[in-house]
Design a protein around this ligand. Structure first.
Ligand code: ZN
Length: 211
């Protein structure tokens, strides 16, 4: 199945892990914080090069569990039953740009929406919430663990995110949901070699090129 041409809306959740919210000096939200990336941001982490902007300050990695919808969510139905696939992805962020936008109260698109700002690993069938919570997920940078998380630590669990986004904005087949990043975000450097690990399973890798 060609999952790439089917990608439609890319929703992202901010501050869904307490320690990450605090590491950036943000308050812990009392409802999900939702933003979007253009579908053009999606890019396969399949061993090749990911190019990121080099003239606008630091680009941070944010490792996240990414869910793909297989059908539309309707209130009253089981949110998990609408999810078709999962993978790990990076919500790449121009952090200095984002700080300036936040200070001015402006939208985050320039910081979050640049091309290739949503690298994705290979898709796995959605295993259900129980198995989702049993795994840790890890980003390796140059062979060392750089960021690690577990879905159990989400402030808003998967079902709540699907219900919130689905009822406010709509969720349908081909939509992706980045579910937020755990603590440990940091700046990327030219030549960094990245690997996405779901438990012990590698879902994707790439080399970063700063242009
Ligand atoms: Zn994020």
């Amino acid at each position: 199945m060609d999952n790439w041409s089917k990608i439609r809306n890319i929703y992202c959740i901010g501050r869904n892990y307490r320690l990450h919210a605090l590491e950036l000096g943000n308050v812990v939200p009392n409802e999900p914080l939702v933003f979007m990336k253009p579908s053009h941001a999606a890019s396969a982490m399949s061993g090749g090069v990911i190019r990121i902007p080099g003239k606008q300050g630091e680009v941070h990695f944010e490792l996240e569990v990414v869910l793909r919808m297989g059908r539309a969510y309707e209130p009253g139905t089981d949110p998990h039953a609408c999810i078709e696939g999962m993978t790990l992805g990076l919500d790449l962020t121009l952090r200095d740009v984002q700080s300036k936008l936040k200070a001015k109260g402006q939208p985050w698109l320039p910081a979050k929406g640049f091309q290739q700002s949503a690298p994705l690993g290979q898709w796995l069938p959605y295993p259900g919430e129980k198995e989702l919570q049993e795994h840790t997920f890890t980003l390796y940078r140059n062979g060392l663990a750089a960021q690690q998380g577990c879905v159990r630590d989400m402030l808003f669990p998967v079902a709540e995110l699907i219900h919130y986004v689905g009822t406010h904005y709509g969720l349908g087949e081909g939509d992706l949901l980045f579910t937020g990043t755990p603590a440990g975000v940091a700046a990327l450097a030219d030549g960094d070699k990245l690997q996405l690990l779901w438990g012990e399973q590698e879902l994707g890798s790439c080399t970063i090129e700063i242009v």
